[in-house]
Design a protein around this ligand. Structure first.
Ligand code: SF4
Length: 339
């Protein structure tokens, strides 16, 4: 069944924190939030949703369980009415680890919340402190385990390239999210928005923004952890609705739309190489024409950015010609080579 989120953006309401990378108004793309208009937004979105879709109302954009309690319950009650009427199946929301406790989870459970997306960002205390996140790695472990143990779907959100973060911190973060029972994840290479503390740090030379190559290689390393652990990675990079819709200025990292595709191209190159090595095909494909069967809809990623994977295979293994053909019944992140 097709899954559809109806996003309701809740900006920086109630958040007393000031993470150095955050310009919440910018990220949500909505600065005129009005709780009274939430029903209208949902109604409007429902008009375009196919009747057989699995629909979740998704409270995104802020730290939902940290907003004013009355406001939170009001919004959840609005969503619950839609669940009770059979018009949506459940609720999903995003929040931060230190805004999760038993009482909050009771409220979420009684209002039809199924999925909790948790902004872990990093599992390194050093990185959390340098990013002024205002919570510790222990808070993240505790919240992730509570959410999983209570039977909610946990989605772990993490960032690449935060101040002081190294590739190994990011791999450890991805592994921690998997170990704590997440069903899915999102990876966000750090975008430096203007008018944030991170932007000032970059201007003072205290923070070096990620290059596109670094963002791709480090996101790829983290995503590989999720693939190995069977944890779906919903997305790499900010979604178009999450930024830049209102003339927002980006100081560095304005590659958000490309990075996810580039990461998958790199991952497929690793998968092809692995397949060649494991099946001892290197000698067999030398000087030959080969066909690579790709999962449905993945031909461009298997071929690589600007067909780069094809070129690399020709250079590395002296393959003559390569055809990439999509085939049903091949699972994502798998390929078959026919010589
Ligand atoms: S907790 Fe979330 S909303 Fe609050 S400052 Fe940090 S990133 Fe922004």
């Amino acid at each position: 069944m097709r899954h559809v989120n109806i996003p309701v953006f809740i900006p920086h309401l109630g958040c007393p924190n000031d993470c150095v990378f955050c310009n919440q108004r910018t990220i949500s793309g909505h600065s005129d939030y009005d709780p009274e208009r939430v029903k209208d937004e949902i109604e409007h979105a429902l008009e375009t949703v196919s009747p057989d879709a699995d629909v979740q109302i998704a409270f995104f954009g802020g730290s939902f369980t940290g907003i004013d309690r009355g406001e939170m319950v009001y919004l959840l009650s609005v969503a619950k009415d839609y669940i009770d009427a059979g018009r949506v199946s459940s609720v999903r929301l995003s929040t931060r680890p230190d805004y999760i406790d038993g009482e909050i989870l009771d409220i979420l459970a009684s209002h039809g919340v199924k999925t909790v997306e948790l902004g872990i960002q990093s599992i390194s205390d050093k990185v959390l402190a340098a990013s002024k996140r205002g919570h510790s790695a222990d808070d993240s472990y505790r919240a992730m385990r509570m959410i999983s143990e209570r039977g909610f779907e946990l989605v772990g959100q993490m960032m690449i390239g935060l101040p002081g973060s190294k590739a190994e911190d990011e791999i450890a973060t991805a592994q921690a999210i998997c170990d704590c029972g997440a069903v899915a994840s999102r990876i966000y290479p750090t975008v430096v928005f203007c008018d944030t503390e991170l932007c000032a740090m970059a201007q003072r030379g205290e923070y070096k923004p990620l290059s596109l190559d670094e963002a791709v290689s480090r996101s790829r390393a983290a995503k590989s952890v999720f693939i190995e652990n069977g944890v779906e990675c919903i997305r790499v990079g900010l979604q178009s609705g999450e930024n830049l819709t209102d003339g927002t200025k980006v100081y560095a990292g304005d590659y958000h739309s490309a990075v996810g595709e580039l990461v998958d191209c790199e991952i497929y190159y690793d998968i092809i190489k692995d397949h060649i090595e494991k099946n001892s095909l290197a000698e067999k494909i030398k000087g030959r024409d080969i066909v690579i069967y790709a999962p449905y809809g993945e031909v461009s990623k298997v071929s690589g950015h600007k067909r780069g994977n094809k070129r690399r295979l020709q250079d590395e293994y002296y393959v003559k010609n390569i055809k990439v053909i999509e085939k049903k019944n091949i699972l994502r992140y798998n390929i078959i080579i026919d010589v």
